[in-house]
Design a protein around this ligand. Structure first.
Ligand code: HEM
Length: 170
């Protein structure tokens, strides 16, 4: 629980900060949304998140390009012979789902190597496990039990008092 609940959140936050440094135009757009919705008198809280669609899009795009758990997760064990597509999987096989490969597959995502939060403004993609194009928390009975908690942490790094991020300071 400690391992899964700390490194994942830290990795996601580091990538969001790195991406804001690399894309000042995106950072400015997010700041403008926060200024409009939250104002300058207080920090962002969880209850603001539904009103911050561009910030949500940044979190989703960062989870897509840099999934903190790229392999889901610890191996699964086939308990009987089965087929996945054309592949025969004998009982006793261990297998992992490569989420990184799915989120970087150009048959699934247009321009998968481009960092473009706007794609999630144009299309609202669920990330909690119901849409397998982007399941950064896994899916099914072993889905991440800390997914809501993990996403809530992202609001803690933004707000009127957050420093502007610049390449020189990175
Ligand atoms: C951005 C944050 C997080 C990400 C991206 C993430 C991602 C994941 C992924 C991909 C899995 C494997 C799911 C699967 O195999 O299908 C997982 C499992 C797990 N996560 Fe998270 N997680 C995050 C935050 C957290 C937090 C905050 C906690 C606890 C407070 C947590 C606790 C766990 C535990 C205990 C498991 C193992 C569940 C099991 O095997 O049944 N995670 N997480």
């Amino acid at each position: 629980m400690i391992f899964r609940g700390t490194d994942t959140v830290a990795i996601l936050l580091e990538w969001i900060i790195a991406r804001m440094v690399l894309h000042p135009d995106i950072q400015a757009k997010a700041q403008s949304e926060i200024d409009t919705v939250v104002g300058a008198a207080r920090n962002v809280s969880d209850s603001d998140l539904p009103n911050l669609p561009y910030l949500q899009a940044i979190v989703k795009e960062t989870l897509r390009v840099h999934p903190p758990g790229p392999l889901l997760s610890w191996a699964r064990l086939a308990i009987h012979d089965t087929h996945i597509g054309d592949h025969f999987v004998p009982a006793g096989t261990t297998a992992m789902v490569n989420m990184w490969a799915i989120t970087h597959d150009e048959q699934v995502w247009a321009e998968p190597n481009e960092y473009k939060p706007e794609r999630f403004v144009e299309e609202d993609v669920a990330i909690m496990g119901s849409d397998l194009r982007l399941a950064p928390f896994g899916s099914g009975r072993r889905v991440c039990p800390g997914k809501g908690h993990g996403l809530g942490h992202c609001s803690a790094v933004v707000g009127p008092n957050a420093p502007k991020l610049q390449v020189g300071g990175f």
